[in-house]
Design a binder for this molecule. Structure first.
Ligand code: NAD
Ligand code: DAU
Length: 347
């Protein structure tokens, strides 16, 4: 590979993917197109800034001119991760989700066609299948039943990509990843939110009864899964990339408290997220068989390393948790925490 373009590389998964690609393709230039929204943080790639094979372009994936400028030097592949990614924010205001995740994805698809890029990997999510009742697991051909504005916008992106493949032959491969955790994750997502709140001795606002189930995957495994789809994924195909670590939110919360030596009295059961999907669970046999992908990081080990990273990088998250973050926190949790009162989880 000579030139790889990543969108959303200043975000959580994108930054790990950029690092992975620079190491796995020692001849390739890796170009990162990112708008630097509230979630994009150049500090996430500070270690790559001096690398002559790494290039940053600030631009919007919904802007065809930004894509033309990025792709005019040619590209062997585009890995499209740029998105609005947080469910709670999509419930407050779906507008930016439709713009970036739907219109932006369509704009990337057209640019890939215009510039004859040989491969596009569209990074999607297990959320598009909606809540999956026990003991079922959603395979790639399961119906899409998104349950919130974020996942509806991601499902729309997936459907546009498959329609593009059908109509124009666009060489797009879709990955659907499960809940991802690790260093550099923005502390609006539950795991870094709870790790950083617990470090600071603040409440952990657990939604509903804490019984919702997510399948946790370490970010380095997710980056390897996306890279496997780049190398071995067949255009027009969808691959489920999962961590194989199903946990209830309460189990995950207790594991955090145990690791940090913090009391369970920090946990507050707060009013639920509206339309909260109960369980995500995917059948990942196809990625194992066709991509040779297996997650490697056991949850307990990954969680311990992640907790250590947040402890050792307090300056990173303290900077992130200022300014607009505080307004968001008050909007999302102010009333919830006041309504919850001092109730600890007792299940
Ligand atoms: P993130 O919110 O941490 O990062 C998103 C990045 O995209 C940021 O750097 C942001 O600046 C950039 N961006 C947003 N809008 C843009 C635009 N219009 N143009 C250019 N750049 C823009 O997200 P993440 O958690 O790293 O997720 C990355 C991708 O993986 C998303 O597509 C998400 O749907 C998908 N995904 C995430 C998870 C997860 O658990 N985090 C799981 C499965 C799939
Ligand atoms: O499953 C993949 C998806 O995982 C990705 O597509 C999304 O981009 C990513 O944000 C994530 O979505 P979730 O909604 O599952 O992640 P979140 O961290 O917001 O919530 C995880 C679980 O924790 C969910 O059941 C809601 C619960 N939760 C979340 C927050 C923020 C709480 O109980 N309290 C909280 O404060």
């Amino acid at each position: 590979m000579r030139r790889l373009v990543v969108t959303g590389g200043c975000g959580f998964i994108g930054s790990h993917l950029v690092r992975h690609l620079l190491a796995a393709h020692p001849q390739a230039e890796v170009v990162n197109l990112d708008l630097l929204t509230y979630a994009g943080n150049p500090e996430n790639l500070a270690d790559c800034a001096g690398n002559p094979r790494y290039k940053f372009v600030r631009g919007d994936v919904a802007d065809p001119a930004a894509l033309d400028q990025t792709l005019e030097g040619g590209a062997d592949a585009v890995l499209h991760l740029a998105a609005e990614s947080h469910v709670d924010r999509s419930i407050h205001d779906p507008g930016p989700f439709l713009r970036t995740n739907v219109l932006g994805t369509e704009t990337v698809l057209r640019a890939v066609l215009r510039h004859a890029v040989p491969k596009l990997v569209l990074v999607s999510t297990d959320e598009v299948y909606g809540s999956v009742p026990e003991p079922a697991r959603a395979a790639e051909d399961a119906p899409l039943r998104p349950g919130n504005p974020y996942s509806a916008s991601k499902a729309a992106g997936d459907l546009l990509a498959l329609a593009h493949r059908n109509t124009h032959g666009t060489p797009v491969v879709i990955t659907r990843g499960s809940n991802t955790y690790g260093p550099f994750q923005f502390p609006e997502k539950v795991l870094p939110l709870f790790l950083t709140n617990a470090e600071a001795g603040q409440s952990l606002p657990l939604y509903g009864d804490g019984g919702n189930v997510r399948d946790w995957m370490h970010v380095e495994d997710h980056a390897r899964g996306i890279a496997a789809a780049l190398e071995r994924g067949r255009p027009g195909e969808v691959y489920n990339i999962g961590g194989g670590n199903e946990r209830t939110n309460l189990e995950m919360t207790r594991a955090i408290l145990r690791l940090l030596g913090k009391p369970e009295s920090l946990v507050r059961l707060v009013p639920d997220r509206p339309g909260h999907d109960r369980r995500y669970a995917m059948d990942t046999a196809k990625a194992r068989r066709d991509l040779g992908f297996e997650p490697r990081v056991p949850f307990e080990k990954g969680l311990e390393e992640t907790a250590r990273w947040y402890r050792e990088n307090r300056a990173w998250w303290e900077r992130v948790k200022t300014g607009a973050y505080r307004d968001y926190y008050e909007k999302q949790y102010g009333d919830r925490l006041r309504a919850a009162g001092p109730t600890a989880a007792r299940r």
